[in-house]
Design a protein around this ligand. Sequence first.
Ligand SMILES: Cc1ncc(COP(=O)(O)O)c(C=O)c1O
Length: 390
Amino acid sequence: MTDYSHRFKTLETNLVHAGAPRPNIGGAVVTPIFQSANYLMADEGAYDEVRYIRLSNSPNHFALQARLAAAEGGEAALVTASGMAAISTSILAFAGAGDHILTQKTLYGGTQNLLDDDGPRLRVAHTPIDTVNGGPSDWEAALRPETRLILVESISNPLMEVGDLEAVVAFAKRHDLITLIDNTFTSPVNFRPLEIGIDLVVHSATKYLNGHSDIVAGAVIGSKEHVDRVRHLLLHLGGSIDPNTAFLFERGMKTLALRVAKQNANAQRVAEFLDTHEDIVRVNYPGLASDPGHRIASRLFSGYGGMLSFYTGEPERAERVLSRVRIPLHAASLGGVESLVVRPARSSHLGLPPEARQKLGITDDLIRVSIGIEDTDELLADFAQALQFR
Ligand SMILES: Cc1ncc(COP(=O)(O)O)c(C=O)c1O
């Protein structure tokens, strides 16, 4: 019997070794790619024990799921075909037709579009709550008898807000709601939400967990009971990942701690530089002492992350910066080893009506930066030359 259950004491060691098959399959040091859709029958007692790729039970799935569970400090994990598969399946596992959910005011555009466009047809209603400036008494007003879940992000995309996550957990426990957090921006290196009592963590593994901008994948981590509920729905919806992707995902995770440490350090320096630049209106980065999210981030996180955004004052200026930077690539997505720049109003949040974007602060002059692992001074010099407007 192959065992995938071993864990170590520290996150760094777990990212390299937790869940790897023991004894090593064929003596291989890394988990080989199991390119087989199906497996010999072995007297399975339940449908989800039948060995088949869609049921997320190849050796690649087992190893990866065990590693993710160890990284986030959860009992169990599930890998999915994308971050959106993780988010949609998790929401629908806990909120069905007639149910209602509370959602953080600013969410990743794809999640917001799912709730706004498909929620009504699925009869899953949602009400935005302000987790940054609001508090439990405002949230109480949004509660309904059929409210089942609260959905938040550890750092919001693209404004880098950090909500009062501990208050969200206390509120949810008081009202018997499931808490679901998108932990993509922090990664388990900077924050492990299960430790503060969040029920379920989801990731777009396309970003930091894999870290090399070469796959699309997602993950769900939590108690066995909660993850099994999501797994059951995923079996039916079918958003599972193939073993090749699982292999790349597992490989990427081994360097997560190193990458994120460098990205934290690079982002802090870039944010400080932008913050003192005379032509930048405002920088959003929880690592800045003046940032509204700094206090909570300092208490809960062990690093402020590699994501920041800043207002240039005019959309034309923003365009000029995007065309002038030489190191960061002008592309959507984030969390890879290479720095990226993008205007959220033209990418992740293009699906929102312009008035809704404006109201949230996702204006046309906003640039979002995903900081990579390049040399800090060379990156700073590149931003300095791209920001010369005079
Ligand atoms: C915070 C966040 N969550 C979820 C997603 C969706 O992930 P995926 O593209 O892997 O489906 C993204 C994608 O940009 C994201 O930024």
